[in-house]
Design a protein around this ligand. Structure first.
Ligand SMILES: N[C@@H](CCC(=O)N[C@@H](CS)C(=O)NCC(=O)O)C(=O)O
Length: 212
């Protein structure tokens, strides 16, 4: 059985929702931020980051986009991604990596930029910059959805939409402001929230309703 190292509202939310949507068995390990930050957790996740997916053979997978791509490949019958090797699959990976590298990265730095500088004033200035960058990146996704939607992969709902939903929950200045500004993204977020098999997991992260 898979093991999901999970923190409420953190990056494990996408994997948690995907595991529920796929309907595959897994062990859910709720963790506190203190447990994640303890030195012992670095043996599982070298940067001390969540999410981590424990495999059946005891090894661990880190990086949210890798976990999402792995799970959809491992359970192709659930059709939450295009068939591996297809051109559509290339687009799926590309969109997923775009969000994981750029949007997730900008959101993290819009929360806290002290990893990049020892100067509190510079950290504050960077937070402003990354908040602007985050909005611009969400804008690219919103325009894509407007042209090629209703989902990130057109007619097909996929794990990429679940991933996008997670990012919207963390948006600056608030989730509500993002959804009001970007209506195509708002539609995807509403569709994710409307999936009956996700209700319990959404509730467990406190994200059944938009915040802000
Ligand atoms: N590139 C990583 C980023 C993961 C990440 O930033 N996780 C945050 C939570 S959302 C974390 O674990 N932070 C550790 C901390 O705040 O101590 C991924 O995509 O999985």
């Amino acid at each position: 059985m898979y093991k999901l190292y999970n923190v409420k509202r953190w990056g494990s939310m996408c994997a948690h929702l995907l595991l529920e949507d796929l309907g595959v068995p897994y062990q859910n390990i709720w963790m506190t931020p203190e447990q994640v930050r303890a030195p012992a957790f670095r043996e599982i996740s070298p940067l001390g980051y969540i999410p981590v997916l424990g495999l059946r053979d005891g090894r661990s997978v880190i990086e949210s986009s890798a976990i999402m791509a792995f799970l959809t490949n491992a359970h192709p019958d659930k059709e939450l991604a295009p068939p591996p090797g297809s051109d559509d699959y290339a687009i799926y990976l590309s969109v997923m990596a775009f969000m994981a590298v750029n949007i997730y990265g900008a959101i993290n730095l819009a929360y806290e930029a002290t990893e990049l500088t020892d100067s509190p004033a510079r950290a504050e200035a960077m937070k402003v910059k990354f908040t602007e960058r985050e909005a611009g990146l969400f804008g690219i996704i919103d325009r894509r959805l407007g042209k090629e939607g209703p989902n990130l992969l057109g007619e097909r709902f996929s794990a990429a939409d679940i991933y996008l939903f997670m990012l919207t929950v963390w948006a600056h200045p608030t989730e509500r402001a993002l959804l009001d500004r970007y209506t195509n993204i708002a539609r995807v977020a509403a569709d994710v929230r409307a999936r009956p098999r996700l209700k319990a997991a959404l509730e467990s992260h406190g994200v059944l309703e938009p915040a802000g």
